[in-house]
Design a protein around this ligand. Structure first.
Ligand code: FE2
Length: 139
């Protein structure tokens, strides 16, 4: 289970809110697996996660470019590689079926990747935003 705290703060309110939402969706996915939900519900949550992740990544990449964040390119590459891994899992789920073992792998991959990615890459934004003298909320 992912719990947001200040260690994940990026200095940009909108991005922090999106990260909290992503945590919520991944937690909901985990809870659906706990409850033994069927493929329909799991599939819906997974589709939404992919959609929301793409929207968020796009927004964040624009922010990093705007603030000339030195890790902007690294961030973009990390986002693509996450989406690739995620796609591989959705393909495997379609072939192998929604087994609990595989769903737990997806859950763990999402939790580990997101927590690590925010701390190691996204939080670089903080320094860039403060250098720009903005509070990160206004355009
Ligand atoms: Fe990112």
């Amino acid at each position: 289970m992912l719990t947001w705290n200040d260690a994940y703060a990026t200095g940009i309110t909108d991005i922090d809110e999106q990260h909290k939402r992503l945590f919520g969706v991944i937690n909901e996915f985990g809870a659906a697996v706990d409850r033994g939900e069927g493929e329909m519900k799991i599939g819906k949550t997974m589709k939404f996660l992919a959609h929301y992740a793409k929207v968020h990544f796009n927004f964040e990449e624009i922010c990093m470019a705007k603030y000339r964040c030195p890790v902007a390119l690294q961030n973009k590459k990390a986002h693509s590689s996450f989406l690739e891994s995620y796609k591989k899992y959705t393909d495997r789920l379609a072939v192998e079926g929604c087994t609990e073992k595989l769903l737990r792998e997806v859950q763990r991959m999402c939790e580990d990747w997101l927590a690590d990615h925010i701390c190691k890459i996204d939080t670089h934004l903080k320094g860039c935003v403060s250098k720009a003298g903005a509070d990160g909320k206004r355009e």
